[in-house]
Design a protein around this ligand. Structure first.
Ligand code: SF4
Length: 467
């Protein structure tokens, strides 16, 4: 490859941890062609919008983002769109948004460096051809556009370099895609069927992270419990292998599916000391009829069996969930079943969302007689119940001393440190800013002095603060 000059790339990441992990992969791949991160799109040579289609009106929002960026962009710079909206909308998106220079779907993200170079070359050519518009590099005109969307998945999951933003914990993808077809969800279309990475590959990556000094890893997938079904192994086996990696002190995983979560898995988490006693298990609805229409393939009873078994083996485990409110046809009684469910489960936290249709999903074609007003009323009510239960749950930490991995200054109050306890709850710690550096990235003993629904407050335990 010919010598390249150093350039700057800005990535704006929307959506879930899978997208954040993809952005880290993009930074890693782009470093190989001499693109280095910048904090602002104003001075970027390449600005990437890594989109999420879970958001309502995602395609329109992508258009308004790009429109704003186009007005602000550095002359000669490129704008790219990646992620689920790119995969979902395909080439229609470059036709609709003429100011996008590059569009890449989720299945061929490993082709990013090649496609960036192709877009650069086309751009240079357009400028060399002396097009007035190209010289101006602004306005509505036919910019050269590169769009590559693969409908099919690659046969092998290509390994790509990763450049991580976080220094103390790292996301590690273990499985891509999802075999479920929940009727409200676009993920099976945008991310494809499930494909597990091999145990050897995952372990290799984690050994590398341990060597770099990472203390905590978060194993990621749309359905981590489905791990291995396509390659003749299972998630519990992977956890045992990963647990052996020296240097890694904490292991978490996201997201669980109640249908595939096994008692063997729960027993493995209970047994292995480095596994965080923390489970994120979306329930989505507390009523069996609604669950059936969502095609979730479990009942509330089955969900509670899992929760009860977790609490039996690990009474202090943290459990979080997700709930959709106002799914098409959800009656008031069915909604109240969701409210009763969150009260019964006693979540440490639970994300809620008002249902809104996603293009290309079955539920989007169903009648949705619930008014926006009613949906908003329901979500306000369930949120108040969740806050109450989460607040109650948090009290169990009050007065205890917890091992906290310190991530850095608190975003809200940089005079404090922010970290997480073993079960993932956030702690804000009173600490002299001059001393921050000696604790960041370390696991410290912290005494919990306040507990509310969303976060804990604490102070470094007298001696020894470091574990
Ligand atoms: S389990 Fe359902 S909600 Fe989760 S990614 Fe798969 S299809 Fe979507």
């Amino acid at each position: 490859m010919k010598q390249r000059t150093k350039k700057k790339v800005y990535i704006e990441t929307l959506g879930c941890q899978m997208n954040m992990a993809d952005s880290e992969r993009m930074f890693g791949m782009l470093e190989e062609i001499e693109y280095y991160p910048t904090e602002s799109m104003l001075d970027a040579d390449l600005s990437i919008l890594n989109t999420c289609s879970i958001r309502e009106h995602a395609a329109a929002k992508t258009g308004s983002y790009v429109g704003k960026w186009d007005k602000q962009r550095k002359p000669g710079s490129l704008i790219a769109v990646t992620g689920c909206v790119a995969q979902q909308e395909g080439e229609k998106l470059v036709k609709d948004i003429r100011t996008v220079d590059l569009l890449i779907g989720t299945h061929n993200l490993h082709r990013l460096p090649d496609l960036v170079i192709e877009a650069e070359n086309l751009h240079e050519e357009a400028i060399a051809n002396g097009s007035k518009e190209a010289k101006l590099n602004k306005g509505i005109y036919k910019r050269p556009q590169v769009a590559e969307i693969w409908e099919e998945l690659p046969e092998l999951i290509p390994e790509t370099p990763v450049s991580r933003k976080t220094k103390h914990f790292a996301w590690v993808n273990i499985i891509y895609g999802c075999n479920y077809k929940c009727t409200y969800c676009i993920v099976p279309k945008t991310r494809g069927d499930q494909r597990s990475r091999s145990i050897a590959e995952v372990k290799q990556e984690i050994k590398g992270l341990a060597a770099e000094g990472y203390k905590e890893i978060v194993l990621l997938g749309q359905n981590v419990d489905g791990y291995g079904m396509d390659i003749g192994t299972n998630f519990a086996t992977l956890l045992r292998e990963v647990h052996e990696v020296a240097g890694i002190e904490r292991i978490k995983f996201l997201t669980s599916h109640p249908c595939d979560m096994t008692y063997e898995l729960i027993e493995t988490v209970a047994e292995l000391p480095k596994l965080a006693k923390y489970f994120h298990i979306p329930i989505q609805a507390g009523n069996d009829e609604v669950l059936k229409r969502m095609a979730r393939r479990y009942t509330f009873k089955r969900y509670m069996e899992l929760i009860n078994y977790i609490r039996k083996l690990m009474p202090d485990a943290s459990i979080t969930g997700d709930i959709i409110v106002g799914f098409p046809g959800e009656t008031h009684k069915q909604f109240m079943d969701s409210v009763k469910a969150v009260e019964t489960i006693g979540y440490d936290a639970c994300n809620t969302a008002v249902y809104s249709p996603r293009p290309f999903t079955p539920a989007a074609t169903w009648e949705d007689p619930i008014s926006a007003e009613e949906k908003n009323e329901r979500i306000r009510f369930i949120n108040s119940v969740i806050t109450e239960t989460a607040e109650k749950q948090a009290q169990r930490f009050l007065g205890t001393v917890q091992d906290v991995l310190i991530e850095g200054p608190s975003a809200r109050n940089p005079a404090r440190l922010m970290g997480r306890i073993f079960t993932n709850k956030t702690v804000n710690i009173d600490c002299d800013p001059e001393e921050h550096d000696q604790y960041i990235g370390k696991i410290c003993k912290v005494e919990i002095t306040k507990a509310n629904a969303w976060a804990l407050r604490g102070q470094l335990a007298k001696t020894p603060a470091l574990v």
